[in-house]
Design a protein around this ligand. Sequence first.
Ligand code: NAD
Ligand code: ZN
Length: 356
Amino acid sequence: MKTIQVQLDQRSYSIQVEPGLINNIPEILSNHNHGQKWIIISQYRLMEFFGFDLQLNLKNAGFDCDFITVPVGEAAKSLNEFSRIISQMIDMRCDRSTTILALGGGVVGDIAGFVASSFMRGIKYYQIPTTLLAMVDSSIGGKTGINTAEGKNMVGSIYQPKGVLVDPDLLNTLPREEVISGLGEIIKYGAIWDADFLNNISIWLDDLNSFPLDKAVEKSCTIKADIVSKDERENGLRQLLNFGHTIGHALEAHLGYGRIRHGEGVALGMKCAGWISSQLGILDKNQFQNLTTTIDKLTLPKLPHMDPNTILSFVKNDKKIRNGILHFIVLDQLGKGNICETVSDDLIINSLKVIQ
Ligand SMILES: NC(=O)c1ccc[n+]([C@@H]2O[C@H](COP(=O)([O-])OP(=O)(O)OC[C@H]3O[C@@H](n4cnc5c(N)ncnc54)[C@H](O)[C@@H]3O)[C@@H](O)[C@H]2O)c1
Ligand SMILES: [Zn+2]
């Protein structure tokens, strides 16, 4: 088993990565079971895949374990669902000692984490990610949140889990497009942090069927844990994780959530951000070409015609704008991200041609 530490003083926790780990969860958590209620928050289909077995194993090991399901898709990250879960937990007689197990992708992790951060002023929770994107990104670092009519993740908190339990075997049932979406985030780690890793990813992508997902998950978790440990609240270094996200989010918002997956938007956004970096004379043109070649190995959705000004208006509404300044993530070189505050509107608009 690979164990990776997120170092945040009293809020430190470990990420455990091991194929088949889901079967060992009762054993892993046994020291933390003091007779309290445990609630698995998941989606019904994921309960059928893995959740009912997990619940049974926990019950057999003496855990008092219930479950709550949320709908599939972004709709689950809503104020309505939030209040429904809270009511259900009160009905189930949950209290301050209750511990949540968030079993699912980023959607489940985000809403379950937000519930954990606010139920009775905060209760313990563990992330058990089931998508590639959740394993390498959303389950680590404590960002939780829900959407409002005005936008994604408008309400939320930074509230760290007590642990992240990653079983790469759960990816066997994950649809290919969801795997590709997660690979978008994995490429991001190589691009901003580790050129050798990026190089390996590029080679591995030549045959997706034999891509060593468990190795890539371990490495990505290590990079994310390292960055979050140094900058939990995104005052500096953690901003690098937004590479590809400014334009990626704008694409998601413009095309409509559900039309393009998060990691797909990030992959396309990284091509634009790479192009911007090379136009600014920061990133060598050959290195930009390498990045593009790697991203193009992913099968990404074909984009309809997009209005560049609408994309720009979404960029301007981005949460990464602080005091009116856009903190755009560029690459100094492959494996080295940086923050740039002087990316012009024209450059953003022109960059869209590399993805259309
Ligand atoms: N908190 C963070 O730091 C952070 C970071 C990135 C993204 N996010 C959020 O994550 C969300 C996207 O997460 P996602 O990409 O995991 O999508 P998701 O949670 O919607 O899951 C994608 C689909 O895969 C299905 N699924 C999940 N695991 C499966 C499995 N093992 N086998 C078969 N099907 C499975 C789900 O039911 C769903 O239909 C967005 O809401 C985004 O805002 C949060
Ligand atoms: Zn992301």
